[in-house]
Design a protein around this ligand. Structure first.
Ligand code: ADE
Length: 497
């Protein structure tokens, strides 16, 4: 996940350094042996067998790669205005030019602004929301189910620790998420309602998707019938088509980031890895995404564009139908090699229409990939897999969802589709656990780097305690952030606990 809280630490994340090593290896410069695949037991599902030992079989999720050094853009004077500044319903859909990243940069030295209007309402603070449940947690963010005290409305509140964001170099991603979510409006994209900040934290208040992650249901079901996949993939196609028309690449499509609403319709969430291109000819160069879903052109670092989303959709479709991503391996090096070279193999039960659509989306040459032609998503919508589908009705949410994830008699604040390991946790605004995890990770990384550096010294110059020395924490760039203002999040100082 970009900064999407996930069910557990994932296995397939790679730092940019590691990815560079893998890319060198793929280019034939070095080789490492692959770990052996764990043994499986007969009663496990295909998915559980493949993910055994990775944490995914028991509720884990995969984590996206981290982008290399982020760019901090500065601009004169942070204004503190929030998402759109108008009630959502009144806001026009974004035009690409309104999303210029330069216009939404950061200026660390600007004082906190106290602009208070969000969507035309009086400013909100976290005291306006009552925490009800914990829904998820990730490396530097957590998500709570909250109730707005005055209206009784339910929302999902994503809380990000500024300290953790800065220590993990995630400023640009966080700003992108705020910026993009605040400027899009689509039936199959989660709606951002409020964005504000205190001295230490950022808050994104989103519509609550009580159906939970598609990943949660896929784990439970193992795989879905094609009739179900057809509706999910069609809804996702509409959401991606909308984003691409606004020069936005989503870049992190996976079942963990596809949420379901109470009726069972898809909502794309987590825009932390999304990228706004300058125009439709522009290319992104940084490595992002989750390994299973990486397009070949991302692995080979050729520069990538909208086609990466169609590749990821092909991977997702194959996973929903068969239970596993098509080039899956527990060994990420091998998985990347398969993505680049292996023959696409799908189970025999997959229909010719589904097979053909998956193959079209998983075309390695991005210029020939289905969806990349002059007519964009229209080519996907015309594919025989969708024959007879009324796309206009789908856009109006008139096609019934494949199944209703929340029992009809369940209360609106039901969390039955969320992992009990989270919902059993006390719902607090506190993010010190997230900060502690980030700090531990940085310590681990520093220790690893130090050990590697020490290993290259002659034995006489090595100290047995070198690796431990870094654990004193003095070498860790643990950022001091109070007062740091994130543009686009209204500043509302926090009083009390
Ligand atoms: N997790 C992240 N965003 C969410 C949302 N809007 N609803 C439910 N769970 C979420």
């Amino acid at each position: 996940m970009g900064n999407q809280p996930s069910s557990s630490e994932a296995r397939h994340s790679r730092s940019s350094g590691e990815l560079a090593r893998i890319q060198r290896k793929l280019a034939g410069q070095s080789a490492r042996s692959a770990p052996r695949k764990p043994k499986t037991s007969s009663h496990e599902s295909l998915r559980d067998q493949a993910y055994r030992g990775t944490g995914l079989e028991a509720g884990g999720t995969r984590k996206p790669l981290e982008a290399p050094t982020p760019v901090v853009i500065s601009q004169p004077g942070a204004t503190g205005t929030a998402a759109g500044g108008k009630p959502r319903a009144e806001r026009p859909c974004c035009a690409a030019r309104d999303l210029s990243q330069a216009a939404y940069g950061l200026n660390a030295s600007s004082p906190p602004q106290k602009s208070s209007m969000i969507f035309g309402q009086a400013r909100v603070t976290r005291e306006d929301f009552m925490p009800l449940k914990t829904l998820g947690r990730g490396s530097f963010a957590k998500v709570l189910l909250v109730r707005k005290r005055d209206t009784g409305e339910l929302f999902a509140m994503k809380i990000l620790s500024k300290k953790a964001i800065m220590a993990r170099n995630q400023i640009e991603h966080t700003m992108a998420e705020r910026l993009i979510l605040g400027n899009v409006q689509h039936p199959y994209i989660v709606a951002l309602r409020y964005a504000f900040q205190t001295e230490d934290q950022l808050y994104l208040v989103l519509d609550y998707c009580s159906g939970g992650e598609l990943f949660f249901h896929l784990k439970r079901e193992g795989r879905f019938p094609e009739s179900t996949v057809r509706v999910y993939i069609a809804e996702i196609t509409l959401a991606l088509e909308y984003l691409h028309a606004r020069n936005i690449i989503y870049r992190d499509l996976k079942p963990e980031n596809v949420l379901l609403d109470r009726e069972g319709h898809v909502l794309l969430a987590d825009f932390g890895l999304s990228k706004l291109l300058q125009d439709n000819q522009d290319k992104a160069m940084t490595y992002v995404g989750t390994v299973e879903y990486l397009a070949p052109e991302v692995i080979t670092a050729q520069g990538h564009s909208f086609a990466v989303d169609w590749w990821a959709m092909g991977t997702l479709m194959a996973e929903l139908i068969s239970g596993l991503p098509p080039f899956y391996s527990t060994n990420v090096n091998l998985m990347m090699e398969r993505i680049l070279k292996a023959e696409l193999r799908l189970p025999e039960y997959v229909s010719p229409e589904a097979r053909s659509l998956i193959a079209g989306l998983l075309t390695r040459d991005p210029s020939k990939r289905l969806g990349s032609g002059a007519n964009g998503a229209a080519a996907i919508k015309r594919h025989p897999f969708f024959s007879g589908l009324d796309w206009d009705a789908l856009m109006q949410r008139k096609i019934p969802a494949p199944f209703q994830p929340v029992r009809s008699d369940a209360p609106l604040d039901s969390t039955e589709n969320f992992d009990t390991s989270f919902t059993d946790e006390a719902p607090t605004f506190d993010t010190s656990a997230e900060e502690e995890r980030v700090r531990a990770k940085l310590l681990q990384k520093a220790a690893h780097e130090r050990m590697q550096a020490t290993a290259s010294l002659p034995p006489a110059n090595r100290s047995a305690t070198d690796a431990l020395n870094v654990l004193d924490g003095n070498l860790i760039p643990w950022t001091k952030t109070p007062g740091k203002v994130f543009e686009g999040f209204t500043y509302v100082p926090h009083h009390g606990t």
